[in-house]
Design a protein. Sequence first.
Length: 344
Amino acid sequence: MAARRRFILAIDGGGIRGLIPLRILETLEARLRVLGKTQPLHRYFDMIGGSSTGGLIAAGLAAPRPDDTSGAPAAGISELRRFFEVEAREVFRRKSLFERFVANPRAVFDERYDERPLERILKDQLGWTSLQSALTRVVLTAYDLGRREAVFMTNGRQSDGSRPDDYYFWQAVRATTAAPAYFEPMRTENLTHGDERVLIDGGVVMNNPVLAVWLEAMKMGWKPEEITILSLGTGADIRRSWSFREAASWGPLGWLLPANGVPLLSVLAHGQSTTAAYQAERLLPAAGIGEVVRLDGDLPAGAEAIDNTRPGNIIELNGVADRIIRDNTQLLDRLAQEMSEWPE
């Protein structure tokens, strides 16, 4: 009898552009249901990893619904889609100059958005569940400002086989989405050691977490040849570029100004995502991984901003997702055929 394939999901960061991978997961879920596979998505993925907005999706799919013992996830696809298409407008409501000045007399240097609306949504949806209670293996990325190191928040294993540090889901998501210049860093409780970690967006170090999930899978001792990794991007405007004149005129502050599209973060995120995809395409097959599937798309002009929640942009992002789905219909059908529930 053939061994059951293990499926691992890795989702890039990208703010509101998280709608693109979410739509791909929506159509994958629909294909599974047509085949009579009606369990929640976490039952078909042995591990779900994400950075930034990808971490938010991962947590929604993998965290248990608070005060529910049925094994239901904290958020289904429809609830997550509502977040990106409706609730994100409140999350990305820009502070007024007065609000920014009250928070920081050097108002021009204050973060662009108030973190409280996002925290309220995360607490309501995720409650006070922790990563160790996740419904499947999960990996969320962040960067620790105090310890100057990348952080991989997971319920898997350490290299020595011990349990990793535990965190509250809502705080882990707030941390992995704490994009510099947009949101304040997150003071995150380490439940294992009882101390506090100051974390920022995982996208600054690993916007595409494909290599992170691979390493976590190896710590679990899973056979590489039985693994399929589905890596979902959030799109990029490959036509968007900056001239020497523009870059030379920015100065230190200009590289981080949201009004300029935060070029430093944009370059870092896109550069890391494409580099990780390139490395995964070549390294993982050589390491014996059975299959790596990367789905990503080109964005229309003006759609790359991580905080553009205007209705017209939501339509554009849905269009990008529709094109990816259309161009990969047979691939998605095959994946749905091959996926099966992991054993209890």
